[in-house]
Design a binder for this molecule. Structure first.
Ligand code: ZN
Length: 378
């Protein structure tokens, strides 16, 4: 394809290592001719979840064929956003889910404005009668000012922990965006889906994925939550005060394919969904596809997890996406349990009716390890 528009490319230093090497993250920015909204897309926050890098590559290739009149606003893309996680290994296996420094999940370290000592009730009182656009702009200012204030208060002699330093870099790129998209993969083997927050269900359809998990409780400092949570609180408080507004601010986590693998179907789905979403949000001047079927929402607390009732070798496990009824055989455990004269097999039947959502990738388990998840028909 002919390239007509090259992105602005820069590298941001995230860590100077003991050896003197420097870890950096690449940032690609496509700037439209017309001013407009901003979207931030990142991939590979968890080290094993590499599919999103291929999606971002396809997006960069595609945007490069456009003219700057085809883009309204700004698109920022950050593949390989966590080089420490990406490069981490145990034998051949990518681990990279937890920071080696403090043990925190890399996706539970982010700064949430609403956790600061701030009073959103005061903001609501002062802004109550302004236009939606003005309220949005003022709240954005408050978030960004608070973030900047925190940056300015970093004592350069004392420094900050790596988690804090790293999150500050990703959030300085993303906090002023209207839309953020964080591309992950299942750490087991799963159908493709996305996470959706309440009051943003209408937009989920544009990603053209069959299923979304509806977040019904705050999980804690994930990238998508830390971004949107203050806005959800503001909307709730405004609504209690009699003003029903949904701001033009959204945050999405896509879960595409499985860890350590690049499933090309998942890459295609991710690419197509993001292009369609950006078109629906008028960042791209392209036709919007409406899905044949609406996205089905699965409340997070309805997913039933199955754990090994004893250790052994898993056999005949059903695959993700399989429909099951109560009593169907889900999998077997082959056991060479000590003290039993003969090895034996235990059949595990489903206690639920629904669809197998994900399955673990290791066919050997200790008691209590995760085997699979089932969500009800929706
Ligand atoms: Zn992840």
């Amino acid at each position: 394809m002919k390239k007509s528009m090259l992105p602005d490319y820069k590298l941001i230093e995230i860590q100077i290592l003991a050896s003197g090497d420097i870890l950096q993250i690449p940032v690609y920015t496509f700037q439209g001719k017309k001013e407009g909204k901003k979207v931030y897309i990142q991939a590979n926050l968890h080290g094993a979840e590499i599919v999103g890098n291929a999606v971002i590559y396809e997006l960069i290739e595609f945007f490069s064929t456009l003219n700057n009149e085809d883009i309204n606003g700004e698109i920022i893309l950050v593949p390989m956003c966590n080089p420490i996680g990406v490069n981490q290994r145990n034998l051949f296996f990518s681990t990279g889910r937890y920071s080696p420094y403090d043990g925190l999940n890399w996706n539970r370290i982010f700064w949430d404005y609403s956790h600061e000592n701030i009073n959103i009730d005061d903001f609501v009182r002062e802004n109550m009668n302004f236009s939606k656009q003005d309220i949005q702009a003022n709240f954005f200012d408050n978030i960004l000012n608070k973030f900047q204030e925190k940056q300015n208060n970093i004592n350069h002699r004392r420094g900050v922990s790596f988690s804090e330093h790293y999150r500050n870099i990703l959030q300085s790129l993303s906090l002023s965006a209207n839309y953020i998209i964080d591309i992950h993969s299942s750490s087991v083997s799963s159908i493709d889906y996305l996470y959706c927050f309440d009051y943003r269900q209408k937009s989920a359809d544009y990603f053209l994925l069959d299923y979304a998990i509806l977040m019904n409780k705050y999980d804690g400092n994930a990238f998508d939550e830390a971004f949107l949570n203050p806005w959800l609180i503001l909307e709730k408080k405004l609504s209690q005060a009699g003003r029903n507004l949904i701001f033009d601010v959204e945050s999405w986590t896509l879960e595409l394919g499985s860890g350590m693998r690049v499933n090309e179907e998942s890459v295609k789905k991710g690419f197509k969904g993001i292009i369609n979403y950006l078109s629906a949000k008028k960042i791209l001047n392209l036709e919007v596809v409406l899905p044949e079927k609406s996205t089905k929402f699965i409340p997070k607390n309805t997913i039933k997890s199955y754990y090994a009732i004893q250790g052994g070798i898993i056999r005949h496990r059903l695959k993700e996406g399989t429909k099951v009824k109560e009593g169907d055989m889900l999998y077997q455990i082959l056991s060479f349990s000590k003290g039993s004269k003969m090895p034996f097999i235990i059949d595990i039947e489903s206690a639920d009716e629904g669809i197998i959502f994900d399955v673990s990738t290791n066919d050997t388990v200790n008691q209590g390890e995760y085997i699979l998840g089932i969500f009800p028909h929706v």
